[in-house]
Design a protein around this ligand. Structure first.
Ligand SMILES: *Cc1c(COP(=O)(O)O)cnc(C)c1O
Length: 466
């Protein structure tokens, strides 16, 4: 059964090639991984660095809509989008069209040497789409970590201060400075120190575990900043509006606005790291929008360009312009092919109303997950927004009390889903969060089937341990 996706903004032939060519259905023709994937794993083990791991050793042949097809002909339901990247689907027609035209025209001149229109167009789009109606300027980079590094550079330069505040459970990347900002030791930091100085960590808001309302959680964080760092030293506070790798932790209402207000009152900048939450993922263009939070600087990557490497920092014009010419940049930053992909992805988000799609995904997922929670006390919490939904798994009889994290069940569930051809990801400080980031163009039927597999696996695994 072929299910064409609605594709109003793209040419019918390219739409047919990208999605009609790939039936939107799960199909297992071998065990996973199949023989060709196992061959590739053997080759990989000889030449690919062991520090780079893969969650499921299934090699991809093509992908589109909500399906990943492997080299053995198996079709898997994609509930991960390559970590919130292919929100518009893999090889989205408008992305393919833009990239194809650009790659044939020219591939690279370096924007710092000889500039081109695509870079300017992306900056125009980001000025319009990011929160707030103030004058904004943008610099483009290649990865989320690089965007975060550059936001910190801008903040330090513009304020003349050096201290940076990050939060418990934060994830900001794997480069030296972003490792310092990231909370979790294994696997991100172990053995990679020393880390850059003048980064301070304070508690955030984790309603399921701290029980605090937004005002109380913000007061706790602010007191610690004042006492341990000194407000006058703080260049920036950086936060994910919904924490990603930390386990889709959504702060209690009022927490983010209170932190912004403190930053404004004390001459510190508020940086929203929207690398995972941006571009319709949470049902808004940016997660900050839900509470009317207007950041001074926004970092973006992941969903921005349909899978091509692109990242951005957009901020108040006077802050972005505080840096001397040549102080920001990089050889590849804002590569023309990646910019063409971003313009195609943004067009797709607008024309297919992917914010609306994210809301529908949330409604469907939360309804199904609540049904599972009603019969499985191991689902301690269901949270997130839009197409960014997670369950936190617990052992209600565990040694640490009724909310004891349950990473064993989480890992077993993920493996069971993978074996049945459903790609789900794990997350969380204690590895006990199963997170879902489906492409926002996934069909409701495919999403339901993925949730059926999860539900069956949960029934089997909890019966086995009961
Ligand atoms: C993934 C992520 C990053 C790092 O992005 P890379 O492109 O992997 O460098 C930074 N911040 C957040 C919130 C992320 O989710």
């Amino acid at each position: 059964m072929t299910e064409p996706l609605t594709s109003t903004g793209t040419t019918p032939e390219s739409s047919a090639a990208a999605v009609d060519g790939l039936p939107q259905e799960r199909r297992l023709v071998t065990e996973l991984p199949g023989p060709r994937s196992r061959e590739l794993t053997a080759r990989r083990q000889r030449v690919v660095a062991g520090g780079v791991s893969s969650m499921l050793p299934v090699y991809v042949q093509r992908a589109g809509g909500g399906i990943i097809e492997d080299v053995d002909g198996n079709r898997l339901i994609d509930l991960g989008s390559g970590i919130a990247v292919t929100s518009v689907g893999n090889s989205a027609p408008a992305v393919v069209a833009g990239v194809t035209e650009q790659v044939a025209a020219f591939t690279h001149t370096c924007f710092m040497i000889a500039p081109y229109e695509g870079y300017v167009q992306v900056c125009e789009e980001l000025a319009a789409l990011t929160p707030g109606s103030h004058a904004k300027k943008t610099a483009l980079f290649n990865s989320g970590a690089e965007a975060v590094e550059n936001a910190i550079k801008v903040a330090r330069h513009a304020t003349g201060r050096t201290a940076v505040i990050a939060f418990d459970h934060a994830y900001h990347g794997r480069t030296s400075l972003t490792m310092a900002l990231t909370a979790k030791n294994m696997p991100y930091k172990q053995g990679f120190g020393p880390f850059p100085a003048d980064v301070y960590r304070v508690p955030g808001s984790y309603p399921y575990r701290d029980g605090l309302d937004g005002a109380a959680a913000a007061a706790r964080a602010i007191d610690m900043i004042n006492v341990q760092v000194g407000a006058q030293n703080v260049a920036a506070v950086i936060i994910e509006p919904i924490q990603g790798e930390g386990g889709f932790i959504e702060p209690a209402p009022g927490f983010l606005p209170a932190i912004v207000e403190w930053a404004r009152a004390n001459g510190a900048l508020f940086i929203a790291d929207e690398v995972q939450t941006g571009f319709c993922r949470t049902g808004d263009w940016f997660a900050s929008d839900a509470e009317g939070v207007v950041p001074d600087l926004v970092t973006m990557a992941k969903g921005i360009a349909g899978g091509l490497p692109l990242a951005a920092v957009t901020g108040r014009a006077e802050l972005m312009d505080a840096v001397h010419p040549g102080g920001l940049g990089g050889t590849y930053g804002g590569n023309p092919v990646a910019c063409a992909a971003a313009l195609g992805a943004i067009e797709t988000m607008r024309e297919q109303d992917l914010r609306g799609a994210a809301h529908r995904i949330e409604e469907q997922m939360v309804r199904r997950l609540r049904e599972m929670q009603a019969v499985h006390p191991e689902i301690g919490d269901i949270r997130g927004r839009g197409g960014m939904i997670a369950v936190e798994l617990i052992d209600p009889d565990g040694a640490q009390g009724p909310q004891t994290p349950n990473p064993v069940l989480t890992g077993a569930l993920a493996r069971a889903c993978h074996a049945e051809g459903v790609v789900v990801l794990t997350a969380g400080t204690w590895g006990n969060v199963l997170r879902f980031l489906p492409p926002l163009v996934i069909s409701p039927e495919l999403l339901d089937e993925g949730l059926d597999v999860l539900s069956g696996a949960l029934d089997r695994l909890t019966a086995a341990t009961a």
